[in-house]
Write a protein that binds this ligand. Structure first.
Ligand code: HEC
Length: 127
């Protein structure tokens, strides 16, 4: 009697990590082409981090929680901005394109480093 009630949950607990691992591998391998993956993943973290890019405060971005609608939804970025330098410029200092913008000049104000901006641009180009 005691045996069955003790081993059943025990076996399940031992299985749980294996199941978790299998589903994680599934997520990673279905994420798409490998090129620039690591930089784009890093860029997504920076973009979603409330203490870094904080882009979700103003933009809807695929995969992000609680997005704001102060700025336009960020999608089809590669067709809108085929030249990545344009995106770097927007992140560095959008006031150059639009002096009235509420978007922070992430580069000029050193909110983000050049390297962080480049990683975010890699991420934006996957949208
Ligand atoms: C305080 C609000 C705010 C934050 C935070 C913000 N943006 Fe923006 N963003 C805007 C607004 C508003 C615009 C519309 C254009 C303008 O104001 O010049 C814009 C425009 C853009 C554009 C041009 C989009 C287009 O279709 O023209 C890109 C790309 C962009 N933002 C990326 C980002 C990224 C990446 C971050 C995070 C690192 C970010 N923004 C953070 C408000 C914000």
């Amino acid at each position: 009697m005691n045996d069955t009630s003790a081993t059943k949950p025990g076996r399940l607990m031992r299985l749980a990590p294996a199941l978790l691992l299998t589903s994680l591998i599934g997520i990673v391998t279905s994420a798409g082409p490998v090129h620039a993956q690591s930089a784009a993943v890093e860029g997504q973290k920076l973009a979603f981090d409330r203490g870094k890019g904080n882009c979700l405060t103003c933009h809807v971005i695929k995969g992000g929680d609680l997005p704001g609608t102060i700025g336009p939804e960020l999608k089809d970025i590669k067709s809108k901005f085929p030249d990545r330098n344009e995106l770097v410029a927007i992140l560095n200092d959008e006031t150059k394109r639009n002096p009235q913008t509420v978007m922070p000049p992430f580069g000029r104000n050193r909110i983000l480093t050049e390297q962080e901006i480049n990683a975010i641009v890699d991420f934006l180009q996957t949208l």
